[in-house]
Design a protein around this ligand. Sequence first.
Ligand code: SF4
Length: 255
Amino acid sequence: MFKTVRSERHFGSPDALPGPWELAWEAEHLEGASPQRILEWAVETYGNRLALSASFGGPEGMALIDMVSKITDEVTVLTIDTGFLFKETTEFREEFMRRYKLPLEVLRPKLTIEEQVERYGERMRTCNPDLCCQVRKIEPLERALAGYDAWMTGIRRDQTPQRANTRIVAWEERFGAAKFAPFASMTEEWVHEYVAEHNVPVNPLLKKGYKSIGCEPQTRPVSRDEDPRAGRWSGMEKTECGLHWVAGKAVRGDS
Ligand code: SF4
């Protein structure tokens, strides 16, 4: 059973927080630790200055929210609503969060889709991926993370070659925050077992042939023998939205 951690660090004290080199040491130290142990350390260290980012697409984010909720109810769940999400995803998000006490913050781009099309052209409707992701995902997350010292995601090393070097925790210069990946060394099977064992709901589209779910214009169902992420940006060179990958490089603590 997990312990309940109630941190005293309500407003953070940046001087006391670990810097890039200490995080690199902690990443080595936490390698091989269970996700629960990693989360306990993250919550003890950052308290409510720690946020959790979930897309409500794959089961990883759902497992992460469930696991964190067994430790604390002070971590804010951040989720980006690009305006291009499946209706099923936004409905699932509201229904799922009714089960948990963790606060939810829905991040939205500054521009509506219509304003984006007016400013950058018609193909931003379906879209010109790098610029669209910058406007609709990266900028809203950057704005939100200005209010936190650390964030975490459910990404795993075996999801894509770009994620293979993901560290358990690393300093992320562009967001000015520590980034945790408690599931970095976990497998897809482990995630499925966790959600089944703990009765954690998952996006209903996962039962309709989708394996990785993002924005509707660039997500399609995949066949049984396809890579789970083959349905994202299908037919394009793009494989990542840039939240975990920058200018052709994995986002690492020393980059
Ligand atoms: S995934 Fe596609 S629709 Fe969604 S923000 Fe990125 S480029 Fe735009």
